[in-house]
Design a protein around this ligand. Structure first.
Ligand code: CIR
Length: 463
């Protein structure tokens, strides 16, 4: 018997047993994973039945999920994680890879239709367009100067989210990706710093980074609204993985004049913010475009764009243009008494969202200064958003001036109050007259009856 044959027969049972053990382990592992996935799907369907506002759950169709290959099922469930962990979510999902929007088109189109209240059957988000030339309802010069309608110097702000094609979206980034992205973005920050029109500096909260700022300095930046808050306390961002590896790969560029800020590593890879006190909206808009172009030019692969949904953002609520343009506008007459009801009512008609100056869901203060921004981000171009802000503010200013000129009496509310007052006083006067008449009848009922009788009598006599 040859030695090879002897060894083979000796080891054969060992190899067969090891093979069987590996296969059975893999089989059990797969079954466990399938069981977990089924439980997650059951949870989504449960949320779908109980939370009508959770767009993720409402968009989730078991038949669509079942039609996907296994790897895509896993990816779709990863997108749904925040809405599963937080059933009361309004959106309930985040994209994890730039291609998720197009790869899961049937899911995202439903979620976006519900959130934006848009019927997409004959609508699509068009290509990015920053040119104000020919946009309806703005001056031919293309200069959006708010002083045209006597607005004082106001705080103007425009921001855009961007994600780099090179990396997974923040929810799926590994620590290495976050740190590498910070290194890549240094090329953009260094170019801006070297440009006298920008200057400024980059600060990082990545431990060990050469631009590291300590906890106390970070707090100063947060308090000054320059950098974002600790993401690890946000349940949506944590459950989506977006807050992962905090604070690695997080930082912020600030220009010398503090009017350009770039957040790195928040909900999107980049949030580019341009702000200024002034009246010409083009100043913030043009600066934003210059910074977006610099990122596109300097970073390999540029920024992620979806063929169906425009600019790719982690949160579908921001996709489309990923842009928000706003300004702080004084409307003391429309917000008299600290109520935002009238401003909101008019804002809705003008396609503007009106909120307190300290951000979403903040009350309108007694100063009467509100944050105004066009509500649409989707199926609209960047230029149209700026024009919508300009036109909306013009109309709102007109309403405010009318309210100031006419006083509370001239307003529709006052009119309503006036109508009520007139009705109430007429009813009162009517009641008073009835009472006086009745009293008269009681006091001099014989005189009244006689007069009435006489009247009838003369009438009949005349016939
Ligand atoms: C939700 O689904 O309710 C949260 N993820 C927040 C959605 C609003 N979008 C956002 O803050 N970017």
């Amino acid at each position: 018997m040859s030695p090879i044959y002897r060894y083979a027969t000796a080891f054969c049972p060992v190899l067969i047993t090891a093979g069987c053990l590996i296969l059975s382990h893999r089989w059990r592992h797969r079954r466990r994973r399938e069981g977990i996935a089924a439980a997650i799907v059951a949870k989504i369907l449960d949320i779908k039945a109980t939370q009508p506002n959770n767009c993720m759950a409402q968009a989730f169709e078991q038949s669509y999920y079942d039609s996907l290959p296994k790897d895509k099922r896993k990816r779709l469930l990863a997108c749904c994680s925040s809405g599963i962990a937080n059933p009361e979510s309004c959106m309930g999902c985040y994209a994890m890879k730039p291609e998720d929007y197009d790869d899961f088109y049937p899911f995202f189109i439903k979620a976006l239709s519900q959130y934006h209240k848009i019927d997409f059957t004959d609508k699509k988000h068009g290509v990015s367009n920053w040119s104000l030339a020919g946009v309806e309802g703005i001056p031919e010069s293309g200069i959006l100067d708010l002083s045209d309608f006597d607005l004082p110097v106001v705080s103007m702000r425009v921001r855009a989210g961007r994600n780099l094609n090179k990396y997974p979206l923040p929810g799926a980034m590994k620590k290495r990706d976050r740190v590498d992205m910070e290194k890549d973005m240094r090329n953009v920050f260094d170019e801006l710093i070297a440009n006298p029109a920008y200057g400024g500096k980059y600060v990082s909260i990545t431990p060990g980074h050469e631009c590291f700022i300590d906890r106390a300095e970070y707090k100063e930046y947060v308090d000054a609204h320059i950098i974002f808050k600790d993401m690890s306390t946000d349940p949506f961002l944590v459950s989506a993985g977006i807050a992962g590896d905090w604070p690695h790969g997080r930082g912020c560029y600030v220009s010398e004049d503090k009017e350009v800020i770039i957040w790195l590593g928040e909900e999107d890879h980049l949030r580019i913010i341009c702000m200024k006190r002034g009246t010409v909206l083009n100043e913030v808009f043009d600066r934003l475009k210059t910074v977006v172009d610099a990122v596109e030019r300097i970073i390999d692969g540029g920024c992620a764009i979806s063929g169906n949904f425009g600019v790719v953002t982690s949160c579908p609520t921001n996709s489309g243009t990923a842009m928000r343009a706003s300004l702080h506008m004084p409307i003391p007459n429309l917000t008299a008494g600290g109520s935002d009801a009238k401003a909101n009512e008019i804002g809705r008609l003008l396609g503007l969202s009106v909120r307190g100056v300290d951000g979403e869901h903040t009350p309108i203060g007694h100063t009467g200064i509100v944050d105004i921004s066009p509500s649409a981000r989707f199926c609209i171009s960047e230029a149209e958003i700026m024009a919508a802000l300009y036109k909306g503010v013009r109309l709102l200013k007109k309403e405010e001036d009318e309210r100031a000129r006419d006083g509370p009496e001239g307003s529709p509310e006052a009119l309503e109050v006036g109508v009520h007052t007139v009705v109430a006083s007429s009813v009162g006067m009517g009641l008073a007259m009835v009472s006086i008449t009745a009293a008269g009848v009681m006091v001099g009922k014989w005189t009244f009856a006689t007069a009435l009788f006489g009247c009838f009598e003369s009438k009949f006599a005349a016939k």
